[in-house]
Design a protein around this ligand. Structure first.
Ligand SMILES: N[C@@H](CCC(=O)N[C@@H](CS)C(=O)NCC(=O)O)C(=O)O
Length: 182
């Protein structure tokens, strides 16, 4: 990173999407300024200007240029600061596999969490059960490796970490033991 690099993150502290970008920046050892956004009720004019399409956080601003969408920002960070802690493998097949699991994390893990958050009763239980099943599949994919990125923390880990432990142990127990908590 050159001395001239200016990195700003428009974020909200509890956003799992924002956490992905923060993990990537931390892994690469990049200094940056984090600006908290009131993303629901009072979006800053900077946010509206930097992400006019979705108007969502996180937005990474590198030397004045915005990069929106968490995973696109993580990929950008990986490409710009490629000397330290690579997140995506260069081998085309392994890269494709990493993209496959990242897509799975987005479509299944995050979507079921969202569904469980927004619904009640049966549908909520179904979403929680599906969420749990997804984490089981990811655990299978992990196998004996230390990370989904194999030897080192990788792209899929960064995508997943902010949300994988969202269900409490008590809830997991309940889901696995037919509704009875210990
Ligand atoms: N796909 C986006 C999702 C980002 C997102 O949902 N951000 C939420 C906060 S966690 C937001 O800014 N919502 C504002 C809105 O929906 O107007 C990403 O990966 O960055």
């Amino acid at each position: 990173m050159s001395m001239a690099d200016e990195v700003v993150l428009l974020n909200y502290w509890a956003s799992p999407y924002g956490m992905r970008v923060r993990i990537a920046l931390a892994e690469k050892g990049i200094q940056y300024e984090s600006r908290e956004e009131d993303y629901l009720s009072n979006k800053s004019s900077l946010l509206l200007q930097m992400n006019p399409v979705h108007k969502k956080i996180p937005v990474l601003i590198h030397n004045g240029k915005p990069v929106s969408e968490s995973l696109i920002a993580v990929q950008y960070i990986d490409q710009v600061w490629k000397d330290k802690a690579p997140l995506l493998p260069s081998d085309p097949y392994l890269r494709g596999q990493a993209m496959f699991w990242t897509d799975f994390v987005n479509k299944k893990v995050y979507e079921n969490r969202k569904r469980a958050w927004r619904t009640k009763g049966e549908e909520q239980e179904a979403a929680k059960r599906e969420f749990l099943e997804c984490t089981r599949l990811l655990e299978e994919e992990l196998g004996d490796k230390p990370y989904l990125g194999r030897e080192n923390l990788g792209f899929v880990d960064v995508a997943l970490i902010p949300t994988y432990n969202w269900l409490s142990r008590r809830e997991i127990w309940k889901l696995q033991c037919g509704g009875k908590a210990p």
